[in-house]
Write a protein that binds this ligand. Structure first.
Ligand code: LLP
Length: 421
């Protein structure tokens, strides 16, 4: 559920008509709903009620300061994967003890930053990383809290580019090596074992792979405890999918996911962490664009809009589907047409949808790309020298620009011309 609904024939974000924002901000832009963000965070928090738990929002999905602040105020922790994300989380007021640090390639500088600023735990993804972290912590006279990310060799049944839990993926330590690595870690002066971490992929639409992974984590917890390790925390990653095609998809709900966690791991007495990103942010945002031209091709109709693959790369990168709806509600029963929805970027890959059935559209009309709140703005670039598009947050009947559109001058002035030119 989200808060982008038609009322009186016009799409609104909560109580604000979308055209009002388009007039004030210009198109294209990202538009987020505070109420939806809050609702989605609460769903996870409530799904784990009764268990000692922390929902660490995977901020890679959407890391705008305003979004982080609104979630942090609700008690969210953060899952960060870079020094930049750590800095953003701290800037938004998230205390170090609520930040977990994931990622296969943490540099020493990034690890130092987190050790100095405070960290709940590092999710360690390899033995060389473990050694580097230990060395660093010893020199700093600290003990770094760690979980080891295990790769359970489970097929997440999602797009190959976002599956992470198979043995051939670059993530984590093979679960078969885990006991040996925990033994090594236990002998290191600079690290303190707190638990186990696992994350098998993103946009999972079936609970079964989670079940398989979590049962493996359960076995491992018992083995490691028998080996004498203090396993008190389980970080179960993110990955719960969202419906991108309204009416056609019904992925499991956070309550069902929470029930699975309880059922598989609830009796271990561990503190549970989860790292959802997409489900919190995805349907809390849309991208609003204007149709520039309707072009009749050979046997095809192209809807050329003013946003491109640089603004929302998911269709080009993952063949992802985003529902595209007109901002003015179409008359009921109106005959639909078939469009290829494309952007202005000079690549055929700049295609948002092919053969998409839509109500008749005209130049100047506004359209909304749904489910664009996660992995939208954060993956944007200025390719074709198209400045990053603004982000706007609605709250009831008010809205605010939470990241402004840079001017052409601002974009150009980031470049430097060397003296010798
Ligand atoms: N934890 C870890 C360690 C992750 O790598 C990820 C996502 C998450 C949590 C959050 O997963 P989520 O709940 O959002 O599924 N750009 C791609 C998605 C990449 C996901 C990367 N890791 C897309 O647009 O589909």
């Amino acid at each position: 559920m989200d808060h982008f609904l038609y009322r009186d024939g016009t799409l609104r974000a909560e109580d604000v008509p979308v055209p009002e924002i388009a007039a004030a901000v210009g198109t294209p832009f990202y538009l987020y709903s505070t109420a939806t963000f809050r609702r989605h965070f609460r769903l996870f928090d409530e799904a784990l009620a009764g268990l000692d738990h922390l929902v660490c929002y995977a901020m890679k999905a959407n890391s705008n300061q305003a979004i982080l602040k609104l979630l942090a105020e609700m008690g969210a922790g953060m899952d960060v994967v870079s020094g930049g994300e750590y800095a953003r989380a701290k800037a938004a007021g998230v205390p170090g003890e609520r930040i977990v640090f994931s990622g296969v390639g943490k540099t020493r500088e990034e690890m130092r930053m987190a050790l100095e600023g405070g960290i709940r735990q590092f999710n360690v993804e390899s033995e060389p990383e473990l050694e580097a972290l230990n060395d660093l912590a010893v020199t700093m006279g600290l003990k770094a809290p760690i979980a080891i990310r295990v790769n359970p060799d489970v097929d997440a049944k999602t797009h190959a580019k976002i599956a992470t839990g198979k043995a051939e993926n670059k993530f984590g330590i093979p679960i078969s090596r885990a006991r040996a690595v925990y033994d090594r870690a236990a002998g290191m002066a600079g690290v303190e074992i707190t638990g186990i971490d696992v994350h098998i992929g993103s946009q999972l639409t079936d609970l079964e792979p989670f079940r398989q992974a979590y049962l493996k984590v359960k076995d491992l917890t018992r083995q490691l405890r028998a080996d004498g390790h203090d396993i008190r925390r389980l970080d179960l990653g993110g990955g719960l999918g969202i419906p991108y095609q309204r009416g056609n998809e019904a992925p499991p709900l956070p309550t069902e996911y929470g029930a699975l966690i309880r059922e598989t791991l609830g009796d271990l007495g561990c503190e549970i962490e989860i790292e959802p990103g997409r489900l919190i942010a995805g349907n809390a945002g849309i991208m609003v664009s204007r149709v520039i031209y309707v072009k009749e091709g050979e046997g095809r109709k192209f809807l050329i809009v003013d946003s491109g693959m640089n603004d929302l790369i998911r269709p080009a990168m993952y063949e992802a589907h985003h529902d595209i709806v007109p901002v003015q509600e179409p008359a009921p029963g109106i005959a639909r047409k078939t469009y290829d929805v494309v952007g202005p970027v000079c690549e055929t890959g700049d295609t948002f949808a092919r053969d998409r059935s839509m109500p008749p559209m005209r130049a100047g009309d506004l359209v909304a790309f749904r489910s664009a709140g996660a992995y939208g703005a954060v993956m944007a670039s200025e390719y074709n020298s198209r400045p990053l598009i603004p982000e706007v947050l609605v709250n009831g009947d008010q809205f605010a620009v939470i990241r402004a559109r840079p001017s052409y001058d601002e974009m150009i002035n980031r470049d430097r011309i060397p003296e010798w030119l």
